[in-house]
Design a protein around this ligand. Structure first.
Ligand code: GLU
Length: 317
């Protein structure tokens, strides 16, 4: 195994779109050009949004794109025991507490307007609490959040695409959710902690993914520090947006990989489009992959996808 290890971490929550296809291709391209080992980890903790059959179609889509991986780790939901150990390690240091606030309580407490639920800053209402899993205090049949106490000092890291980042989590996110006590008393571990635990266990050195997770990188770095885990190098790819500057969605047309493939798109054109989005135009897929992908040369602006791009991808121009 190379000393550089990266991962493809798709979630089976729906069809593969051009945006996430591009993230996986850039990751595979970087692994190929830098001789890194890449692993596939299916992240299926997000149960309510999980779609049947999509795990198999993720593997098929990746293979169709020509995105390879060296090995596959166990599916994330089967690693519950190790996630719980990490949660217990945080709890024993006093870094996790039980929060009784509802989502509406958190929305009502916002001092600034927010664009989405992801932008909510937790105001710290329950910060004085602790969490003792042995006290059989009833949760009155309600699910309760387990929050991680963010550090008082800002978190800094160097993103290979976006450059040096300093994030004041106390101000930009507040204590965030790392788990949940379900209404039936079972404990679930959430994405932020699971991903850090898995990356450490899998020996991941480089996390390459979409820029929507840049703030999460600061959260994950804070957890790594609290658990005394090795830090990883981050590279976040700017997102693909429509001509209105908004994140790709249905209103921008059908950008699902399967639909575009039915419409004539080839993997060859997809690789060439990906290369063109980072100002490295190439005439063939082989030419793309023969080049070194230098993460620090990737432009930071979002990638605008036009109708013309879609027509070109499908061989109509
Ligand atoms: N599974 C996450 C997603 O599909 C990616 C998580 C990560 O790369 O850390 O959005």
């Amino acid at each position: 195994m190379s000393s550089l290890v990266t991962r493809l971490a798709p979630s089976p929550t729906g069809a593969m779109h051009l945006g996430n296809a591009r993230t996986f291709m850039l990751t595979a391209w970087w692994a190929y050009s830098d001789g890194a080992t890449s692993l596939l980890r299916i992240e299926d903790l997000d149960h309510p949004r999980k779609k049947p059959h999509s795990i198999e179609s993720i593997r098929e889509d990746l293979q169709w794109m020509g995105v390879n991986w060296d090995f596959e780790t166990p599916i994330q939901s089967t690693r519950h025991a190790s996630h719980l150990r990490a949660l217990e390690a945080l709890r024993s240091k006093g870094d996790v507490y039980v929060c009784k606030c509802t989502r509406q309580d958190v929305i009502d407490a916002q001092s600034a307007p927010h664009e989405s639920l992801l932008d909510l800053v937790y105001p710290g209402t329950c910060r004085a609490a602790t969490w003792d899993p042995r006290s059989h205090e009833s949760n009155e049949g309600k699910a309760l959040a387990l929050r991680f106490r963010v550090p008082a000092t800002p978190v800094s890291f160097d993103d290979r695409v976006f450059g040096p980042q300093t994030v004041d989590l106390a101000r930009q996110s507040g204590d965030f959710v790392v788990g949940r006590i379900r209404a039936d008393g079972e404990v679930e571990v959430g994405y932020q902690l699971a991903v850090v635990t898995d990356d450490a266990e899998d020996g991941v050195t480089h996390v390459l993914r979409g820029a929507d997770l840049l703030l999460s990188a600061a959260r994950q770095r804070a957890i790594q520090t609290a658990l005394d885990l090795p830090t990883v190098t981050y590279a976040h790819f700017p997102l693909v947006v429509g001509t209105d500057g908004r994140r790709l969605a249905k209103r921008h047309g059908d950008t699902r990989l399967a639909s575009l493939r039915d419409d004539g798109m080839t993997a060859e054109r997809l690789w060439r489009w990906v290369a063109s989005t980072i100002s490295m135009p190439a005439a063939t897929q082989a030419e793309v992959l023969s080049r070194q992908l230098n993460l620090s040369n990737i432009p930071r602006d979002p990638v605008v996808l036009t109708g013309r791009d879609l027509a070109w991808l499908c061989g109509r121009e």
